[in-house]
Design a protein around this ligand. Structure first.
Ligand SMILES: [Zn+2]
Length: 203
């Protein structure tokens, strides 16, 4: 956590600094940041002035930290209601679309639960307490899963081949008797189960 000093006549009292993640300081300090109340005057934000297409615009620090462009339709809320706390973990991204208005998104930076590397990801606010896995560890997990699946498949095939090579072994297909298990649907039933029928007919 680091503080960025704000300028302007509103940079007084509780509004002298914005709170940011350590790794954002160098990037954000490229510009001067001003404390500016919103239209209602109930919140003070860290902002800077810029030119966009020949027009003066006000860029809000929290939107930049959340990775939103100036004209992105998403809103960003401050989870702890401190409008100057612009750490990623405090920024909730909310779309203005009705459908997803309840699916609030949270910018999170956490240590990967496997390798400890930093993971920065947008997650549902509901899943905010769950551990994160970095992309590399996810890929490694998927590769390990595939390897296990292949090994299982291989051992299944080896088992089947072993059974096939020993015709007298229990469970081996009744080769050489003229039929195999599972090809007996036309046999008259005597109330026995399929397994009982097929083993009887193999004797
Ligand atoms: Zn990892």
């Amino acid at each position: 956590m680091a503080l960025i000093r704000l300028t302007g006549r509103h940079a007084i009292g509780a509004h002298t600094h914005a709170i940011v993640d350590d790794d954002m300081v160098d990037f954000l300090l490229q510009w001067r940041w001003k404390a500016k109340p919103n239209a209602g005057g109930n919140n003070v934000y860290a902002v800077r002035n810029a030119m966009r297409d020949g027009k003066h615009v006000t860029l809000r620090m929290h939107r930049i930290v959340a990775g939103l462009s100036h004209d992105d339709p998403h809103d960003v809320d401050h989870d702890n209601h401190n409008s100057l706390d612009n750490r990623r973990m405090n920024l909730l991204r909310a779309t203005r679309s009705e459908n997803t208005s309840n699916a609030r998104q949270l910018m999170q930076s956490k240590a990967c639960q496997h390798c400890g590397g930093l993971v920065v990801r947008q997650v549902s606010a509901l899943a905010a307490s769950k551990p994160l896995t970095c992309d590399q560890c996810k890929l490694a997990q998927r590769a390990a899963q595939r390897r296990r699946r292949r090994a299982r498949e291989l051992s299944r095939r080896t088992d089947a081949a072993t059974r096939g090579a020993a015709p007298g072994a229990p469970g081996a297909p009744g080769r050489g008797i003229g039929h195999v298990n599972g090809s007996l649907p036309a046999l008259p039933t005597h109330g026995g189960t399929a397994r009982a029928r097929s083993s009887r007919s193999c004797e």
